[in-house]
Write a protein that binds this ligand. Structure first.
Ligand code: S3P
Length: 185
C-alpha cells in the first residue's frame, strides 16, 4: 500500500467515528502509515491523562463523566488543530456539542459496519464496559439504532465498510480526504 502523493490537510485531522468494533483503530493505523500523520486515539488519551482504564472510569464515575472527558478533549483539539488521524470512542457522538466539534474539526468519516460483523469482531473483547453483559447483540442493535442518525449528522463521509478490509477502507478514506481538503483549500 503506497500513498501516491502527500496528502495536504492544511493542518487539520482526519477523524474516524462509528460503533465499537467498526475498525476505527485498525483503519486509523493503516491511514497513519499511508499519510505519515500520527494516530491519536481519544480513549487512549483519556486513559493516559486520567491514569485509569475506560472500564474503571465507567465503574467509578459513570458514563456521563466519561462523556464530559470526551467533550473536554474535543474542545482542546478544536483549539489546537493538528494534522493527525484521530480514532474516537464509539459513543463520542452522543453529545450534541461533540457532534458539532467533530464536524468542524477536520474530515470526519463514519465507518459504517453491520451489527453481525461487529459482533463477530468483538467476540473476544473484554474491555468495553457497555458490552460486559450476556445480551451483547441486543445492546449493539439498540446502540446502532440510536446512533445511526448521530453518525450520519456528524460525518462528512459515510463509508459502508462491512465488506472492506483494513487497507481497502484506508484507501477509500485517503482518496476521499484528498478531494475534501482540495475543495476546502
Ligand atoms: C464506547 C466505545 C468505546 C469506549 C467506551 C464507550 C461506546 O470505544 O469509548 O467503552 O459508547 O460505544 P470503541 O468504540 O473504540 O470501542
Amino acid at each position: 500500500m503506497q500513498a501516491p502523493e502527500r496528502l495536504e490537510t492544511y493542518g487539520h485531522p482526519i477523524i474516524l467515528i462509528g460503533l465499537m468494533g467498526c475498525g476505527k483503530t485498525t483503519v486509523g493505523k493503516a491511514l497513519s502509515v499511508l499519510t505519515g500523520m500520527p494516530l491519536l486515539d481519544t480513549d487512549a488519551i483519556i486513559e493516559e491523562h486520567s491514569g485509569r482504564s475506560i472500564s474503571d472510569i465507567f465503574q467509578c464515575f459513570g458514563e456521563a463523566h466519561f462523556r464530559s472527558m470526551e467533550t473536554a478533549l474535543l474542545r482542546y483539539l478544536k483549539q489546537h488543530p493538528t494534522p493527525a488521524i484521530i480514532s474516537t470512542g464509539g459513543g463520542i457522538v452522543v453529545r450534541a456539542e461533540n457532534r458539532k466539534l467533530l464536524h468542524r474539526l477536520g474530515f470526519t468519516v463514519w465507518l459504517d459496519v453491520e451489527v453481525p460483523a461487529l459482533l463477530a469482531r468483538l467476540a473476544r473483547s473484554t474491555t468495553r464496559p457497555l458490552l460486559n453483559r450476556p445480551d451483547r447483540q441486543e445492546v449493539l442493535e439498540r446502540l446502532e439504532a440510536e446512533r445511526r442518525p448521530l453518525y450520519a449528522e456528524t460525518a462528512n463521509l459515510a463509508l459502508p465498510s462491512t465488506h472492506l478490509d483494513v487497507h481497502g477502507a484506508a484507501d477509500c478514506v485517503y482518496a476521499a480526504a484528498k478531494d475534501f481538503f482540495a475543495l476546502r483549500s
